[in-house]
Write a new protein. Structure first.
Lengths: 326, 245
């Protein structure tokens, strides 16, 4: 218990002092309905910090029990008391309820949930029709991201705990990237590389699967330049161009090159270009395969037809031959 | 109940629906007996070291050892589970034990689950009215806890970590090609965002980041045992539940 407390404090310090994020620590008590506390704490947090250009990080450490068939993932202070109470709905926190709230369109900003607890997805990742999800034709400025990272299983707080490795991972990446951006994927990999331990998991809970960038905030006092934010208001025009590419994917170097060429070749003032979005990469493998299959089929049919004609010719020829003979 | 049967010297089973006297073809009637389709009788068959079967008239048909083949055909319980006494449940996988219970009937739906407690050596109070799904969830949870306790006694944490790591890498190998393609799409998008931010001079980040850290004010225990057990799941529990219906 003491260890958990000190680790949470350490994590808070990393977020606050190194990344200059705003931090709040909330303590849940099992003595009065935890779900109500959770709802209240979260609503206040969202009310204070939610904005389309903001990121909300929700971290939880404690026990979690997944009732798969009842469709509940419960957060609770202890595993001991959970079974005697059964799956009662008053004493615990149902994380899926919180998750659904964070996923809902009531929230404007991106969300990153970090759980030092067992996690299982309820499979509800904001379903989109397949053709839409494949082509990714969405305006990046309007889609939200919601990712969740969790440590596997419950490891006692200490050297091996997920929180410990999270703290070390954040520190390492902060030092390595020298105050510039790294993504949740970088963080995930960094934690994964820290032996020994179980692999953390990273989930995308909304259709937009892009990784969330974690960038240390520029402190106002030290650096007068307030970072210029992404386009504050959407531009009044939106031009969609299509690039036909030879291969089914691009490598990082190619993407970098494309970004460089496109952003430099255009005179920003002249056109009034506000930004260039990646709308999606469409793979055409399927069409190609079906086309070639189709072709093969056609060739086979043509071959058969030719053979058939040849046979008939031979047949009629022999018939004529026989008629002549008789 | 299971342990009562386990400690019994002998268990006599009178089959009310088997009337044929010995030496006539009674096997079919024996195998079709309701006794083999009910939920609670499973532990009566497995737990005692000796189970003797009688017809409704009191004629002895044999015991579970001599009739093991016939019982095996009727219940799919392997004969070695019937022939060895005392029965070592740990010699049989959880799924195997589950399969013995599949298709058995109970008057109350929850009993389909409660009748299995002894089979998995777990204890939990019955809550009639909770429904089969909830009862099954509780059973699963109890089993996870038990596995966690057992394994923490047997294995060191290091070993547990190793297995989990291996499991992790195996599952990664199984990742389908379409998953990889999807992942690459995301990667390309990330590279683009990064490169654009660099080239256009826009920061890649947020206007503000707020962190909410939640923890329990009064964590009740520090016994965080289920290390490698989080990977433990019934592969087919929905199938199992429906087979119990």
């Amino acid at each position: 218990m003491v260890l958990t407390r000190s680790q949470v404090r350490e994590l808070e310090n990393v977020f606050r002092d190194r990344f200059h994020f705003e931090t709040d620590v909330a303590e849940l008590s099992h003595r009065s309905k935890p779900q109500h506390q959770m709802d209240r704490v979260l609503t206040t947090f969202v009310e204070n910090h939610d904005h389309p250009h903001n990121l909300l990080i929700v971290y939880y450490t404690g026990h979690a029990v997944h009732y798969k068939n009842a469709g509940r993932l419960e957060f609770l202070p202890s595993l001991e008391s959970s079974t005697a109470r059964g799956t009662s709905t008053s004493g615990q926190i149902n994380w899926y309820k919180t998750e659904d709230y964070l996923r809902s369109d009531e929230i404007d900003g991106d969300v990153l949930a970090i759980l030092d607890a067992t996690y299982a997805s309820n499979g509800n990742t904001g379903h989109v029709p397949e053709d839409v999800s494949n082509s990714n034709y969405r305006d990046q400025e309007t889609t939200r991201r919601f990712q969740l990272m969790n440590g596997c299983g419950q490891i006692p707080p200490g050297r091996l705990s997920f929180t410990r490795r999270l703290i070390d991972g954040l520190k390492e990446l902060h030092e390595r990237t020298n105050n510039s951006a790294f993504s949740t994927q970088d963080l995930h990999q960094c934690i994964e590389m820290r032996p020994p331990g179980t692999s953390p998991e990273l989930w995308s809970l909304l259709p937009d699967k892009r990784h969330i960038p974690l960038t240390p905030m520029v402190q106002l006092g030290l650096d007068a330049r307030v970072p210029q934010q992404h386009r504050k208001r959407p531009g009044r025009g939106y031009l969609k161009l299509g690039l036909e590419i030879r291969d089914a994917s691009l490598e990082q170097e190619q993407v970098d090159y494309l970004a460089k060429v496109l952003s430099r070749a255009l005179d920003k003032q002249f056109i009034g270009l506000r930004g260039i979005d990646w709308l999606g990469f469409e793979r055409r493998e399927k069409e190609f395969i079906s086309f070639s299959e189709n072709l093969a089929l056609k060739l086979r049919v043509i071959g058969k037809w030719k053979r058939l004609i040849a046979k008939r010719k031979a047949g009629s020829a022999s018939a004529v031959h026989q008629a002549l003979l008789s | 109940m299971f342990s009562w049967y386990q400690h019994s010297t002998r268990c006599y089973v009178y089959l009310s629906d088997v009337t044929a006297p010995p030496r006539t073809p009674w096997k079919a009637a024996f195998q079709k007996s309701k006794w083999f389709t009910r939920g609670w009788t499973l532990q009566e068959l497995l737990a005692p070291s000796s189970v003797e079967f009688f017809t409704v008239d009191g004629d002895r048909l044999g015991d579970k050892r001599t009739l093991s083949q016939v019982i095996h055909q009727a219940t799919a319980i392997p004969s070695r589970a019937l022939e060895t006494s005392p029965l070592r449940l740990s010699n049989f996988s959880i799924e195997e034990r589950m399969s013995w219970a599949a298709g058995r009937e109970t008057k109350r739906e929850e009993d389909a689950i409660y009748s299995l407690l002894g089979l998995f050596d777990v204890h939990m109070p019955p809550i009639y009215g909770e429904g089969k799904a909830n009862a099954f969830d509780r059973l699963e949870l109890e089993m996870q806890r038990k596995l966690a306790l057992d394994s923490s006694r047997k294995r060191t944490a290091e070993e547990a970590f190793e297995t989990t790591l291996q499991e992790g890498s195996n599952s990664k190998l199984k990742q389908s090609a379409s998953d990889r393609a999807q992942e690459h799409s995301v990667a390309m998008q990330d590279w683009w965002a990064e490169a654009m931010a660099r080239n256009m001079g826009t920061p890649r980040g947020y206007a503000k980041v707020a962190v909410l850290l939640l923890r329990w004010a009064d964590e009740l225990d520090d016994l965080r045992t289920s290390v490698e057990v989080s990977g433990f799941r019934f592969k087919s529990n929905s199938v199992f539940l429906s087979s119990l219906a």
